[in-house]
Design a protein around this ligand. Sequence first.
Ligand SMILES: Cc1ncc(COP(=O)(O)O)c(C=O)c1O
Length: 387
Amino acid sequence: MINYSKQNITKKDISSVVRSLKEEFITTGPATELFEKNFKSKVRSKFAVSCSSGTAALQLALNSMNIKKGDVVILPVINFIASLNILELLKAKIYFADTDPITGQMLPKNLLDCIKKNKIKNIKAVITMYNGGDPLNAKAFFKLKKKYKFFLLEDACHALGGKYYSLGNHYVGSCKYSDISTFSFHPAKTLTTCEGGMVTTNNFKLFKIMKTLKNHGMLRKKSGKNKHNWKYKIIMPGYNFRLSDVNCTLGISQLKRLDKLVRSRRRIAKIYIENLKSLTNYLILPKVKMSRSAFHLFIVNFNLKKLKVNRDQIIQLLYKNNIATQVHYIPINSHPYYKKYSKIKLAGANSYFRSCLSLPLYPDLKKSQVNYICNKIKLLILKYKKI
Ligand SMILES: Cc1ncc(COP(=O)(O)O)c(C=O)c1O
């Protein structure tokens, strides 16, 4: 079976993790500090806080912005469920924005439509999500942040290694266009720590809150040579969202080849595009600038009007050929728990959801496997196209 994603683990990763298990600290120690230091210097943000998952990163970010009951937060409806779940638990006033029908990303126009349609006055925060890994429209959202004075949180879990458009060499995570960026190190992502996450920011106040919240709200002075500072103070209620030194050691090792991992993804994306470009009557290929997208996903959109099968049938037909694809994502307002939001109809997102498919993409995917997948798609289209 060719899965849609797979982690990339090298011998060096393994030997560094084995070494880390023999260290004095296996929870929070020097590796955590070094991972954060290396991460922030890679993406060029002022601050970085590691944490136990991308979900924990979102929780830290939203708490640091003090999102509480009744605060207005807007997010795109094509999304991973984590941000919505947190907002629901925080009892925020949630609004969903529509997305582009091809990329599944919220457009600045979608955000403005959402504000106007719902007559929203005070927006506390907007969460953007670079579905697939392409940091589109970051600058335009930043302009809107300034105009409407909201916190801008980039859920950049798909975009590690991507670079902002119109900003030369700046990585997503530098927070040039946001207050906070969040990342996940789940095995499907650009780099992995098994489970893990990171927040970056240039705002010292937000950084301090996130750093404290992740460790029980605890403040502790370092021990000196002759003095053991065993006391600690709790200055806010917090969590244990720590990422262990063992996980961070894997992160340090993986981070060294971030650019290489992204290059591999881009190379595979190019092979897909080359192979499938003759089918553009039946499927729409991603129109991205190779040097910008992190290519977390390779998303195609089927032109269902020209096919006798729907997207779900296509998934099953590919699966029969040992190709496991995915859908990113089911609109988050359509899950059973969120039925109170299910009546909100967002045309762009619905069209995206019906037609989108994430094809397998990971650094170790072989050219022959990509050719195999493309051939199966070609045969499928040949068989099921409307004449
Ligand atoms: C866009 C997005 N946000 C948040 C998350 C949550 O990350 P994690 O699984 O590390 O909690 C994910 C992970 O799938 C994601 O893709």
